[in-house]
Design a protein around this ligand. Sequence first.
Ligand code: CO
Length: 208
Amino acid sequence: MKIKQVFENNKLWIEEKLKVDKDYFTNLSKGQEPEFLYIGCSDSRVTAEDIMGVQPGEVFVHRNIANLVNNVDLNVMSVINYAVRHLKVKHVVICGHYYCGGVKAAMQSSDLGILNPWLRNIRDVYRLHKDELNAISDEGARYNRLIELNVQEQCVNLIKTAAIQQAHKERGLLVHGWVFDVHSGKLIDLKIDFPKILENIMEIYKLE
Ligand code: CO
């Protein structure tokens, strides 16, 4: 696509929005009150708004390679803090996806330079669930399961933060783990057991 086309698309998009609601952008500029924080993969095929069917203003979004919540990543930690404590979102979602290149790269034995420390977080997920994963003989099925377990572990990482623990206690904020299936377009709720995870990790990670 040519860059010029992008700006032409933008013009058309403005026209379409104004046709439906002439105050669309006036209202949009008043502020945001999203109910969701979405943390997903940077993969170009997995756009939060499209797969959720939502409009600008409805979801606060953070994306990185393989949808990781890393304790020392100032970027994701700032996003979580701002969305939970200031925007007061009601739901925080970790959304992984099948066919994730980041997860696939983490499963290979090769030096990927600067990506090594980032992808090591996924190797840590593998190590935590080694017995379950090694028992899956089909490589594709094992890869899919690692993608799901990575989502689950990133939910655990979320629940380790003070912001999430406090918001859950004070106003019932919930954490969700989803997987987007690129092959079918389906969004799958992994139905992670939030209260159980919280109870399990509070013994060691309680901050509130
Ligand atoms: Co990905």
